[in-house]
Design a protein around this ligand. Structure first.
Ligand code: NAP
Ligand code: HSE
Length: 429
């Protein structure tokens, strides 16, 4: 039996995640009571289209509205749960809710990465909770892990598969031979993709999450606009298969680590040795590997997208609000972060996988190796494959080189007229 007053929720968004949350609130009502001593009730649900047929029935007592003020300005609502996506509309909604003294739970990484600063500042000023576990890596409790459990560690590096849609696409292309477009449309049907899936496939969603992880791990601002970002758009099955022959899987990796006191960070399709745990993360699953000075290496793995996995993280945040602990939104005393010392992306060093499509004539390999040598890049492994429509695939792995050197070397290869189509190159983890 609940003894305290119910926690009244204003829910913004009744799509994939909003629907999952409504289901979980109903299915786990008794558990919520046992854990918090309170009931949770959804009072109002904000949507765009009031006439849309809804897959999930409206919770009893809840009303649908298309007027944001009915959530923010109703004194009977205790907490705003923002699950609608976008940037400007949710920014205005959350800002207003905080002004009106309401706690906030959100899954919106784009908003927090691009415009989160003033919301965290306002939440701190108002002594309110602004919880965002669901915004990074779906069900994986990485926000709480960095904010609480690993707070006593100096973090050396973060490496993660942070976008379920991209990982699903790469897995389906690799294991089930699906083409890119079919795999993307399946990810959309399964509720993994963003409303605008270019955010997923161009790497921006993973970058948004990485900006949030950097804040949590380092208490520093790495501006999203300064981050090097490459997605998996145009990924060719040929490269997935060649990488396999070298013993690697291609994954969309977001990573940040400290190099000589500066942060090197970015999102890239990356070759991951098949023996690494990250190489085995399949489908919509995400994973994050954290290296700390006390904890050593820690690996978290779980569902990165979808209705119930994401609702699981939202529920955890709601229970934190219901228990009324002191707000600890960012994990640091400061709510405004100094800009990180950023290693210029062109100075970042990595081994590379390179595929060039060339004419089958003598001396091509020597000429390409010459362009590489001029930039001090040495080749580690080379294979040549039978001719395809665009030429003969010459595929090689290099020893470690800077991004600038690789860029220069491939520009020289291009200028020398050796390529039939632009070179494909990925980092190796
Ligand atoms: P979705 O299925 O597209 O649902 C969005 C909901 O928000 C819809 O109910 C929509 O109303 C409503 N909405 C959108 N813009 C609105 C506006 N301006 N005013 C009022 N209502 C508005 O999206 P989702 O997949 O649930 O994602 C929601 C949020 O969670 C996003 O920030 C996303 O990045 C994040 N997220 C999603 C996942 C996932 O796996 N899907 C995982 C983690 C985080 P109508 O129904 O009337 O159109
Ligand atoms: N579109 C996102 C993804 C949802 O595919 O990872 C989870 O944040």
């Amino acid at each position: 039996m609940a003894e305290k007053s119910p926690l009244r929720i204003g829910l913004a968004g009744f799509g994939t995640v909003g629907g999952g949350l409504v289901r979980m609130l109903a299915e786990n009502a008794e558990l919520i009571r046992q854990r918090t001593g309170r009931d949770m009730e959804v009072s109002r649900i904000l949507v765009r289209d009031l006439k849309k047929i809804r897959a999930i029935p409206l919770p009893s007592g809840a009303q649908l509205t298309d007027d944001p003020a009915q959530l923010t300005d109703d004194p009977a609502i205790d907490v705003l749960v923002e699950l609608m996506g976008g940037i400007d509309a949710p920014h205005a909604l959350i800002s207003r809710a905080l002004d009106k003294g309401k706690h906030v739970v959100t899954a919106n990484k784009a908003l927090l990465a691009e415009k989160g600063d003033d919301l965290f500042r306002k939440a701190a000023q108002q002594k309110l909770m602004l919880q965002f576990e669901a915004s990074v890596a779906g069900a994986i409790p990485i926000v709480a892990t960095l904010k609480e459990s690993l707070a006593g560690n100096s973090i050396h590096s973060l490496v993660g598969i942070l976008n379920g849609t991209s990982n699903y696409i790469l897995s389906e292309m690799s294991s089930n031979n699906l083409d890119f477009a079919t795999a993307l449309s399946q990810a959309q049907e399964l509720g993994y993709a963003e409303a605008d899936p270019t955010l997923d496939i161009d790497g921006h969603d993973a970058a948004h999450k990485l900006v949030l992880l950097i804040r949590l791990a380092y208490g520093k601002e790495y501006p999203y606009t300064a981050m090097p970002i490459h997605g998996i758009r145009g990924m060719n099955r040929m490269d997935i298969n060649f990488a396999r022959e070298f013993g690697y899987r291609i994954k969309l990796i977001g990573q940040a680590h400290v190099v000589d006191g500066k942060l090197e960070a970015g999102v890239f399709p990356t070759l991951v040795n098949h023996t690494f745990l990250l190489a085995r993360v399949g489908g919509s699953y995400n994973a994050v590997r954290v290296e700390g000075n006390a904890v050593g290496s820690l690996f978290l793995h779980g569902r990165g997208a979808g209705d119930l996995p994401t609702a699981s993280a939202v529920m955890g945040d709601l229970l934190t609000v219901a228990r009324q602990a002191m707000p600890n939104n960012t994990g640091f005393v400061a709510q405004e972060f100094a800009r990180a010392a950023i290693l210029p992306p062109e100075e970042a060093r990595s081994s590379y996988y390179v595929r060039v499509m060339v004419q089958d004539r003598s001396g091509v390999l020597r000429d390409i190796a010459g362009c590489m040598a001029q930039e001090n890049i040495s080749m580690a492994q080379v294979i040549q494959k039978p001719e395809e429509a665009d030429g003969v695939p010459l595929v090689f792995m290099t020893h470690e080189a800077s991004a600038q050197a690789m860029h220069n070397a491939l520009a020289k290869v291009e200028q020398a007229g050796l390529l039939r189509v632009p070179a494909v190159y990925y980092r190796v983890l």
